[in-house]
Design a protein around this ligand. Sequence first.
Ligand code: BMA
Length: 382
Amino acid sequence: MRIHNSLFMIAVAIATISCSNNTKNNSEKTVPIYTVDSNATYETKSLLYNLRETSKKGVMFGHDDALVYGIGWEYKDKPGNCDVYNVVNDYPAVFNWDLGYLEVDSVQNLDSVDFTLYREQIIRAHKMGGVNTISWHARNPVTDGIAWDTAGNVVARILPGGDTYPRYRTWLEKIGVFMNSLVDETGKPIPVIFRPYHEHTGSWFWWGEALCSDEEYVALWRSTVSFLRDTMNVHNLLYAYSPNLYWSKDEYMKKYPGDEWVDILGCDVYDLPQYNLVFAENLPRCLNILKEVATEKNKVYALTETGRSEIPEANWWTEAMFKHVKNSGVAYLVVWRNRHMTHYYAPYPGQISADDFVKFYNDSASLFLKDIPNMYSVESVK
Ligand code: BMA
């Protein structure tokens, strides 16, 4: 541990000396890790570095919309509530949020949460020491339908030069403005893992497998990153790539935007027996492929979405899910939202899997908020 620490300090010193000329962001300090945005803030680079460090110790647990509603409550009636906290007396380490409908100037996101509350809670999650990740179920910019409306040959038409590009650019501007508005109390940008155009190996979103060519998907990804980073000057983002199910490395890589365009490799793998999908096969297979690719590329990787709706199996956490995940090397896993009694992915007190969730919590390989170090500095890394 000590040797590792000294080596790390030497590496930091060398990196500081060798990179001092091209340090353009607001910090003098540098972090020895590659990021898609070379001008990402010190805190953002530190986050990626620390995700790699913590992944050697355990898997951070994440929950979507954890602080804004849950089973039987809404933020407006119970501010400060959190289903996960009510079960284990600790918060998730990772918080996912979704910006769907921000693009059309809606006051609320696609899941009926006010964006002002969202911003507040993202800031709160960061202040508590958590990690924020943001997905984007963007509406269909050609038909004005929802993200699941696959009509309109959308991707080809929103690329630079396409007839819907000018409109789509205004959508990206709104994403950029929102990301830039995420600042802490001292005005420092709050780092966020941005995960656009997810689950593209399926064809249920307008950016899905059958709805665009490989080249178009890659072009959409790259132009989005360039626009946010280079035009909107957004420097608090790490970019995560997250296909849905895949059976081979080739399939995982089919629409991969390139090593210089992706910070975190992910995958979304749900337990969906109603579709005759065998989770016990899909999860280990996808994680093994993910690990192989990430190891080759020296990238941080994560189970960006997983879960079993309504968690009817009492031992789901330890027996169905975590036994496959705990030694996989992923930095974090995220389960989806607790909307109502027929759509929830984390337990609440008394839920049938709550005891097993406590067991999962008590496993030293699962990391909740109390378990994680300061993710936004490399100075204290041991
Ligand atoms: C899906 C469901 C939808 C929701 C979307 C974005 O998986 O939960 O109801 O609108 O995620 O959160």
